[in-house]
Ligand binder design. Sequence first.
Ligand SMILES: [Zn+2]
Length: 354
Amino acid sequence: MSRLISVRDIQEMIRSGQGVSIPDDALITPSARDFLGELAANGGTHPSAVKAAAPASTSAAPPAPPAKKLNSKSPKAELEAFFNSPYAHSLKEQICEMGHRLWKRAYVDGNGGNMAIRVGEDIAICTPTLVSKGSLKPSDMCLVDFEGNQLLGTKKRTSEILMHLQMMKRQPQAVATCHCHPPHATAFAIANIAPPTCMLPEYEVFCSVGVAPYRTPGSPDMGKLVAELTDQYNTILMANHGVVTWSHNNIEEAYWRMEIIEAYCRTIVVAGQLGKPINTFTGPQMKELLNIKQSLGFVDPRFGMKECELCDSGEWRPGATCQAPPSGEVVTGLDPEAEAAVKAITDQILSQMQ
Ligand SMILES: [Zn+2]
């Protein structure tokens, strides 16, 4: 079991003169974390190397980002100080937490899945290769430049880092990226279709979904095709592979998109099996949801469309009838090939569930 570290434990380490050393898998109380942050700020060194005592703090404010923006050309000592700072540590912990959630929800298998957070002009903290997201530790994290060169970290960076970096280069708003293989959303990626829209509010507000064609994972071509979609989409289905999301806020929001698209895909597959007509949003209802989405700063290719154009023109709509009047600009009708592919996958999923 992980050891719980309190402020008293840290004070005891300092008193004993042994220095502060926190095991990687230790649980740290919020006040102990603040205490460590203040120690580091006062000493100008990493908490684990701090030997001097400092006053305890009860504030719960998260560590502040560095005042000076770093880049890949910054002196190594500055990059190291940053990488070992309480702020960078808090980002590494967030990645670990999201990794644990991905694993618990079975969105990743083996060493699958990877994440990155932009931390400067052209540098990012990312997950290592060949580590299960279920057992990620802050000390596993890597610092890379935007060409994918590893700058710091003892483990080797993920082999899929190029895609994350190409997304960040193409989409300046992308602060954090998350990639994994949630089964139902990945099923749509295998069928090469975006899920139909106009059915659930969370999906409409949080996700804008595009589909990128298949390329070998980790190849520059894969990253390029995904990156091109980030102008209009924050959730990208990677054909025959999985899903990647980005957020302009933080890694948790990029992770939320995974939960939302996966739950949505699962729900509409089941809804399509009920043998009842599926109700969809009207144009005005969709417009309201898109207004909320725009106010949250998310991207969507449908902003600015007329209400009558918002009704889904997707290739697969299980039992749903379009609520909007037909318009010359709206593509209607089903693609029999796509429908057959989805039906085959749906049958497979359902037979596994039985
Ligand atoms: Zn993958």
